[in-house]
Design a protein around this ligand. Structure first.
Ligand SMILES: Cc1cc2nc3c(=O)[nH]c(=O)nc-3n(C[C@H](O)[C@H](O)[C@H](O)COP(=O)(O)OP(=O)(O)OC[C@H]3O[C@@H](n4cnc5c(N)ncnc54)[C@H](O)[C@@H]3O)c2cc1C
Length: 499
């Protein structure tokens, strides 16, 4: 769908575009429109927080003994070639180097009593409840290392074989047994006509049943990893569309994991460079079509540091608006998308940066967009990522403990309430969008551009309003979705994507 390129009110020959949200999706859209070769777009960025969101939760830490600075990206925003094809092309275009990260995975069961205890790095592999360490043993086995055979107990040899077979079985299924396409009426209590009319896909739970993957492997090894990637409980992960998981497994198969070298702040600074109209601490409360005029009214209020409202509402009319926010916020501020997007589930996630006992570190308050300090990932140094799962009657969920160098640990839990433990330096809260077979249908429907402008239901771009974000594509809610959805807006507005 190619939209009219002139501004709706004819007052200037440049079109005014408001972008609400400054995560990767908002900033990528802003970059693309700002870089338009014909210079047709004036971009205004709205962000309710005091900083751009892409790097807002990252921290710089000072080692009080040595004076060295360490940058810790929160979340880590890791990626690989393959599944993240567009993100990698964009990073290459922006000149962002990749840094490889290697992880040793420790699987552990955790009880309510031991949850508050965060083992130090040296004790991580043998932490209470630990039942397997992946990264050493499995690779050693695969390399047919004599080391493995000399050290391992018979029980460990058998367990390693069992996991290798399950792993191979699961990958083979992802490649050769595609998820079934089924009519939504047969598997859902579908309340929405939009979901009824589009083709459905079986859930991950149904897929696992069909491929007969052993329960033990699913519960203790597969779900802890997948649920950490998606920041949700095991039950929520099982509700994901199976196609999300199989595409992800295929796209990441035998790929190395990377992060942006030097930190995500470099990506943020490059994407935002040159954009003048940036309104931080400004919360958008309503977006609505201006009757007759063709523009879009944006109502907003300015905020104080703690998130309190500072001023009464103001408003401004733009030619186009891009909602680069989570689906619950989009549904709350732009009424026409509510019927489609209110069924998309979201959950809170908490990340905490902790210092091990005897580690003397303090937080540095950065003043510029490009902070000091290098990121913690040292070349060739494998870091421990512990998956600690709570198996209780009410919920089964996994939290991760990522051990960085210098005695720092990043704890990420799929919940809003994480009791503060000793050594906490910083806590950040995020909203994560989940996927279900029903929400997949709704998002697909919203992303359909054909027929935009006709019919009653809102679709992306209708009323000159778009949505972008990690959830605005048919795949896992990850950075690739941010780039793909931003590229879609650029295409709709006739802007060439330079990667
Ligand atoms: C713990 C964690 C780990 C992750 N790890 C990875 C990973 O390793 N790899 C990967 O690919 N993905 C990862 N993800 C997912 C990925 O980072 C996010 O999905 C992605 O960054 C979301 O970007 P976004 O631009 O869609 O939205 P956001 O980054 O959520 O940006 C939305 C912005 O809109 C602002 N906003 C909201 N409402 C308003 C309003 N009314 N007015 C003004 N501003 C508003 C918010 O303040 C926010 O800044 C992770 C996510 C989490 C939570």
């Amino acid at each position: 769908m190619q939209h009219q390129l002139r501004p709706a009110d004819g007052r200037s020959d440049r079109s005014r575009v408001a972008i609400i949200g400054t995560g990767l999706a908002g900033l990528t859209t802003a970059y693309l429109l700002h870089q338009d070769q014909q210079k047709r777009y004036d971009v205004t960025l709205f962000e309710q927080a005091p900083k751009f969101s892409l790097d807002a939760a990252s921290v710089t830490l000072k080692n009080d003994a040595t004076g060295s600075l360490e940058r810790v990206d929160i979340p880590p925003r890791s990626f690989c070639r393959g599944y993240y094809a567009n993100l990698c092309r964009m990073y290459d275009h922006l000149g962002v180097p990749f840094q490889r990260i290697q992880l040793i995975w420790v699987f552990a069961k955790v009880s309510a009593a031991s949850q508050a205890q965060i083992p130090v790095a040296e004790a991580a592999e043998t932490m209470p409840g630990s039942y397997f360490v992946y990264g050493k043993r499995l690779h050693e086995l695969l390399l047919i290392s004599p080391h493995f055979w000399l050290r391992a107990s018979l029980q460990n040899v058998l367990l390693t074989f069992y996991l290798a077979v399950c792993h191979a079985w699961f990958f083979l299924a992802c490649f050769f047994l595609p998820p079934r396409t089924i009519q939504p009426e047969t598997y859902l209590d579908v309340k929405h006509s939009a979901a009824k009319s589009s083709k459905g896909c079986e859930s991950f739970r149904q897929y696992l049943d069909r491929i007969w993957l052993p329960q033990r492997y699913v519960l203790y090894y597969l779900l802890p990893i997948l649920s950490i990637i998606c920041s949700c409980s095991h039950a929520e992960m099982l509700d994901f569309p199976a196609s999300d998981v199989t595409s992800f497994m295929k796209g990441t198969f035998l790929r190395k994991t990377y992060v942006a070298k030097g930190g995500i702040n470099r990506v943020q600074a490059t994407l935002a460079e040159g954009i003048q109209d940036v309104r931080l601490q400004t919360r958008v409360t309503k977006v609505e079509r201006v009757d007759g005029g063709g523009g879009v009214r944006v109502r907003y209020e300015s905020m104080q540091e703690g998130g309190e409202k500072r001023s009464s509402s103001s408003e401004q009319v733009f030619d186009r608006v891009v909602l680069a926010v989570s689906p619950n916020v989009a549904a709350a501020i732009f009424n026409p998308c509510k019927p489609l997007l209110s069924v998309v589930p979201t959950v809170p996630v908490t990340s905490t940066v902790l210092a091990s006992p005897n580690t003397k570190v303090s937080l540095v308050h950065e003043k510029s967009h490009v902070p000091s300090g290098e990121c913690s990932y040292r070349r060739g140094e494998a870091q421990i990522m512990a998956f600690r799962t709570t198996f209780s009657d009410s919920i089964v969920q996994t939290e991760s403990l990522h051990y960085l160098s210098g005695g720092l640990v990043v704890r990420t839990s799929p919940t809003a309430d994480v009791p503060e433990v000793k050594g906490t330096l910083d806590t950040s809260r995020f909203t994560r969008t989940l996927r279900t077979t029903e929400s997949r249908s709704m998002v697909q429907k919203a992303m359909e551009t054909k027929g935009a402008g006709s019919g009653n239901e809102w679709v992306n771009g209708k009323d000159n309003v778009w949505v972008v974000g990690s959830w605005c594509w048919d795949g896992m809610v990850l950075l690739e979705g941010c780039v793909i959805s931003a590229m879609r807006v650029a295409k709709d507005l006739g802007v060439q994507v330079p990667w």
